[in-house]
Design a protein around this ligand. Structure first.
Ligand code: ATP
Length: 315
């Protein structure tokens, strides 16, 4: 497995008396999108600000490309780009002026700046607005400029704090697609409190609640975290329960009523079709079939320590 580009080790942060982050540890590998998921106040921005060297942690270590961020901040920050929750845009600068300014802040070599600005503008679809004042751009395009400044120095990892917050639905889709493109050849971490956002954008998730990690894994693992996938069926001429239990990939059958069953399965591929076919062949007179699975909402509610949201019925 490749080396972690970011390593967060036993991170703690306290604001005066309140702990915002407690014993957080995770690693980010070379490419793809990692979602940092949590409710408002969970500690996402604090974690991201520390990871990007904007805030000093109370204790714990952050390594960027193997470099200890606190001990060697200038060296470590070369490898990381950051778009904070409130994009640091100067409204009275043009796109070109602002990106040149950011490139110089990143201490880029003067000879490289022009090409870097052109490449970032091209990548973020803002080249045609190069002379436009930032205050005259729409929210979606301002966000693109914020993303351009975050990638201007070609960092290995880019951190976006709630990147689609406050955008309209079309802008959200555009920014989401842009982030996915950026993640093709680098690691990206986004924070969000919106569950569908992680489903649509991320391959891996870390969920934090009150500053503590409560889940770390792939989106599929997250989606299936609470319950195995299941299917509820009603059969007017039901066979013996053992017949249902012997269907391929069925792990367990719960008899709900005389005619209603919940089938727990290990392989979701064509499961509804397979059960329908078995019913037709067996003459079981299927009158209801509902595919069920643990939704992200359920996982979120349970892991957040809130009451469970009702099971979501699909199909
Ligand atoms: N500068 C600060 N001083 C004191 N407390 C703070 C400060 N910044 C954040 N906090 C508190 O620390 C906790 C974590 O805040 P943080 O902003 O990291 O959460 P978040 O998950 O990013 O939330 P949101 O989605 O609302 O931005 C919250 O309880 C917040 O009120």
């Amino acid at each position: 497995m490749s080396e972690a580009i970011v390593k967060v080790e036993n991170l703690y942060h306290r604001y005066t008396t309140q702990w915002a982050v407690q014993d957080l540890s995770f690693e980010i590998r070379n490419r793809g999108v990692l979602g940092l998921l949590g409710a408002n106040g969970a500690g996402k921005s604090t974690t991201m600000n520390i990871m990007c060297g904007v805030l000093n942690q109370t204790s714990g270590n952050i390594y960027i490309n193997g470099i200890n961020l606190r001990e060697h901040p200038i060296e470590a920050k070369k490898y990381i780009g950051f778009l904070p929750q409130k994009p640091p845009l100067n409204p009275d600068m043009t796109v070109d002026e602002y990106l040149h300014f950011c490139a110089h802040l990143r201490r880029m070599d003067g000879k490289e700046v022009h090409q870097a600005v052109e490449a970032a503008k091209e990548r973020c679809g803002i080249a045609h607005f190069r002379k436009r004042l930032l205050k005259n751009l729409s929210g979606g395009y301002q966000q693109r400029v914020g993303i351009a400044q975050a990638i201007i120095h070609n960092p290995k990892v880019v951190v976006f704090d709630e990147p689609t917050n406050g955008l309209d639905p079309i802008q959200i889709v555009e920014i989401r697609n842009l982030i996915k493109e950026i993640a093709v050849d680098r690691a990206v971490i986004i924070s969000t409190h919106i569950l569908p956002e992680v489903q649509l954008s991320c391959e891996n998730i870390i969920m934090i609640t009150q500053g503590k990690c409560v889940f770390s894994g792939t989106i599929e693992e997250f989606d299936n975290y609470i319950e195995p996938n299941s299917l509820v069926i009603t059969l007017d001429a039901a066979p013996d329960v053992n017949v249902l239990a012997s269907l391929p990939s069925i792990k367990r059958v719960d008899k709900l009523t005389e005619k209603r069953y919940r089938l727990f399965f290990s392989d979701a591929t064509d499961i509804a079709d397979r059960v329908v076919c078995a019913s037709v062949e067996g003459g079981w007179k299927l009158t209801e079939i509902n595919l069920e699975r643990g939704s992200l909402d359920e996982v979120f509610a349970q892991l957040s320590g809130k009451s469970r949201i009702g099971k979501k019925e699909l199909v």
